[in-house]
Design a protein around this ligand. Structure first.
Ligand SMILES: [Zn+2]
Length: 434
């Protein structure tokens, strides 16, 4: 019998299952009886099964395969308290979240919670994303080591509006920050100003300079609640608006991802569009904190790109199926027609585009990495849009557990492998794991 690792890298593994994906040309591709050929962890061919290509191993799945999900805005250090608290975002932060984040000074706490976060997200079908860490460099280091799938992570930057026991750990020295960015590199590290009010003008400017110098991605929050916008104007009286504060610091670029963007003026929409910046749209979080609805029509009118984010812990669930469900629900409730394939696009390919990984991830297309998720097959006839609608029905817990298996580079990752941060090889792919 051949050595399993040799077989795994060289084998042409053919997956037979239903297939649904958005494609790079904007179309929806689907096959009831589909064939996906994977070799060296990459997709070689996607087609109908009737004339299967040459292969070494056949993996028949009673499932529908979707591309793995992207969560472009989440806080891994808040995962353990997701959905537990409410209130306006400022009150929620001060009363619950910042005190919670002080516990990440303890490496054992960070270790345990990082393992749980990456395990839970992977089991729910998320294979990539961008996440806020706490202020602590050691907690960030632990999460970098535990990462399963492809993630950019960043220690939260702030030098005010937080308890002293949090601020004393925050990295504010530009040289120390540069060292962190260089240690992990731009594919793994993201500059993470918490939100403009929590940073002095000086720290915002240093962050912008470093982003420009090293070509780094930036994630931060923007215009989430009306109280927050009022606070911003108090702290930055000379600024035109919220976007202007970031723009003056050089933080609005095509590598910037702004969480929320709910209360934006026309000028702000225009500025975001001109700079090519992205919004992380977090409908389940906005609903939970009663922050308002992102203006989907404005995003379309001004051509500001967006991808979906869970925004755990304000968002009550890490499941991207749940975020997609809430995306359709909040906009439909406002009379805006949105279809399930659009939700799928914003939770997969748009996420990969937002993170700059669209050539490698985000859809089931040749040459991309075979990162995908197996979902239950429909009972009735094959109608992809209707199937996606059905897939998004159910409670939060049901949606968190709906995925039957998540594959990275064509290999099923089990819970124990994910907990050890290993991509895993030689897994039994003949059957689905619940
Ligand atoms: Zn957030």
């Amino acid at each position: 019998m051949a050595n399993s690792s040799t077989t795994d890298t060289a084998a042409r593994r053919l997956f037979r299952a239903g297939l649904i994906t958005m494609r790079s040309d904007g179309s929806l591709f689907s096959r009831r009886d589909g064939a996906m050929l994977v070799c060296n962890g990459r997709i070689r061919l996607v087609d109908t099964f009737d004339e299967p290509p040459a292969h070494d191993e056949l993996v028949e799945l009673d499932a529908v395969l979707l591309p793995g999900f992207a969560d472009v805005h989440t806080h891994w250090v808040q995962h353990h308290v997701r959905g537990r608290f409410g209130g306006d975002v400022l009150q929620w932060l001060e009363q619950y979240i910042l005190p919670e984040e002080t516990t990440f000074a303890d490496a054992r706490v960070a270790q345990q919670r990082a393992q749980r976060f990456f395990n839970d997200t992977l089991q729910a079908g998320t294979v990539m994303g961008m996440a806020y860490s706490s202020v602590h460099p050691e907690a960030l280091d632990i999460a970098m080591a535990e990462t399963t799938g492809r993630w950019r992570l960043g220690n939260t930057l702030m030098d005010r509006l937080a308890p002293a026991q949090l601020l004393e750990w925050a990295v504010c020295d530009p040289h120390a920050l540069e060292e962190l960015a260089l240690r992990y590199g731009r594919e793994r590290y993201v500059l993470t100003p918490r939100f403009a009010p929590a940073l002095s003008k000086g720290l915002l400017e240093q962050t912008g300079a470093l982003a420009r110098e090293l070509g780094l991605w930036v994630q931060t929050h923007l215009s989430e609640s009306v109280h927050e916008v009022a606070l911003l104007h108090e702290l930055f009286p000379e600024a035109l608006d919220y976007v202007d504060v970031y723009d003056q610091a050089g933080l609005v670029t095509a590598r910037s991802v702004f969480g929320h963007g709910i209360h934006l003026s026309e000028r702000e929409w225009r500025c975001l569009a001109q700079r090519g910046a992205w919004l992380a749209h977090c409908p389940s979080s906005n609903e939970a904190l009663d922050s308002g609805r992102m203006d989907l029509e404005a995003a379309r009118r001004f051509a500001v790109p967006f991808a979906l984010g869970s925004d755990v812990a304000a968002g009550p669930s890490h499941s991207m199926l749940h975020v997609m469900q809430r995306f359709l629900a909040v906009h439909r409730a406002a009379g805006i027609p949105v279809e399930a394939p659009v939700a799928l696009y914003h939770a997969t390919l748009a996420g990969a585009q937002c993170l700059g990984w669209q050539h490698d991830l985000g859809s089931l297309e040749p040459d991309k990495r075979a990162d995908f998720v197996a979902m239950p097959r429909p009972d009735g006839p094959w109608q992809p849009a209707g199937y996606l609608e059905e897939l998004l029905r159910g409670s939060m817990t049901e949606l968190e557990q709906r995925a039957q298996g998540t594959y990275l580079a064509g290999t099923l990752i089990t819970a124990s492998q994910a907990q050890h941060g290993s991509p895993g090889i030689g897994t039994n792919t003949k059957s689905l794991h619940g």
